[in-house]
Design a protein around this ligand. Structure first.
Ligand code: PMP
Length: 291
């Protein structure tokens, strides 16, 4: 089946899906996006992703020209037309075509597109044996610079951190804030298990509020695992019993070594495994059907 991309009200082929070089999404990273996932013909947490998209847009004063309900319908339709039972869905809204200046008022029509495709972030080996990551010099954007809760097209902050990790031979980076506390990774949130409690940084540390993060916290509560949002330092991290990352694309990925320090016994921990099993069960049965 040929891939169908939704672009500004039409369904077009990948070849036809072209946007202007004057689009401010491209010229300035002026726009917002979401990454969703479907399992067994159902889109996981569709409403939550769309809520976050509209909140991101509101923050950057971008009026999405479709009502949320209509965009939700369009996402479902695009997923349906592409026909995969399991897929990754990218929803992007840019400021649209303008001139070469910054002025967003010169952009009268936001560009909207939806891509349905497959995504593989990390090799299977990391899910089976755990991944090694490092902390990097590039700090996560502070809220007063570019609010990290906004899922904007400005990912250079994260890309620089990713480059630093890759230059050192690793696939993922842990980003610190200005005070040196743990925020998140370049495309995933972070959790540790310390004293048998599941801990993740509080929002004011500065990171994207992940939908998978929230799901994992809810799962932990249901499993009677203590959950706490707590400031996490590199010291806490190195001495944690377990560590894992969460994200829509990455799902739950265990971390067994950070900055050369072995986490716990260097193997995927029990709590991580329990949460992963519960997460797998949940994604199989939940979601908005589209096939
Ligand atoms: N942090 C960043 C910077 C991200 O881009 C993402 C999404 N890839 C996440 C965290 C995880 O968020 P979610 O669970 O909503 O996918």
């Amino acid at each position: 089946m040929e891939q169908k991309i939704f672009l500004n009200g039409e369904f077009v082929s990948k070849k036809e899906a072209r946007i202007s070089v004057y689009d401010h999404g491209l010229l300035y990273g002026d726009g917002v996006f979401e990454g969703l996932r479907s399992y067994n013909g159902r889109i996981f947490k569709l409403q939550e992703h769309m809520d976050r998209l509209y909140k991101s847009a509101k923050y950057i004063c971008l009026d999405i020209p479709l009502k949320k309900e209509k965009l939700i319908e369009t996402v479902i339709k695009t997923a349906h037309l592409n026909g995969y039972t399991d897929c990754y869905i990218r929803v992007v809204v840019t400021r649209g075509e303008g001139d070469l200046g910054l002025d967003p008022d010169k952009c009268s029509n936001p560009t909207i597109f939806i891509i349905v495709d497959k995504i593989v972030l990390y090799p299977d080996k990391f899910y089976k044996e755990g991944m090694e990551v490092i902390t990097v010099p590039t700090q996560r954007n502070a809220s007063h610079n570019l609010e990290p809760q906004v899922k904007s097209l400005n990912y250079l902050n994260n890309i620089l951190a990713k480059i630093e990790a890759k230059n050192a031979g690793f696939e993922e980076a842990i980003m610190l804030n200005r005070e040196g506390f743990i925020t998140e990774c370049t495309g995933d949130n972070i959790f540790i298990i310390e004293g048998n409690v599941l801990k993740t940084p509080p929002a004011y540390m500065g990171f994207l509020g992940g939908i998978t993060r929230k799901v994992v916290m809810e799962i932990a509560e249901k499993l009677s695992i203590g959950v706490r949002e707590e400031v996490i330092s590199r010291y806490n991290l190195f001495n944690a019993q377990e560590c894992f990352l969460t994200g829509t694309a990455a799902e739950i990925i265990p971390i067994v070594k950070v900055d050369g320090r072995i986490i716990g016994d260097g193997k995927i921990g029990n709590v991580t495994n329990k949460i992963r099993t519960a997460f797998k069960k949940l994604i199989e049965k939940e979601g908005t059907p589209y096939l």
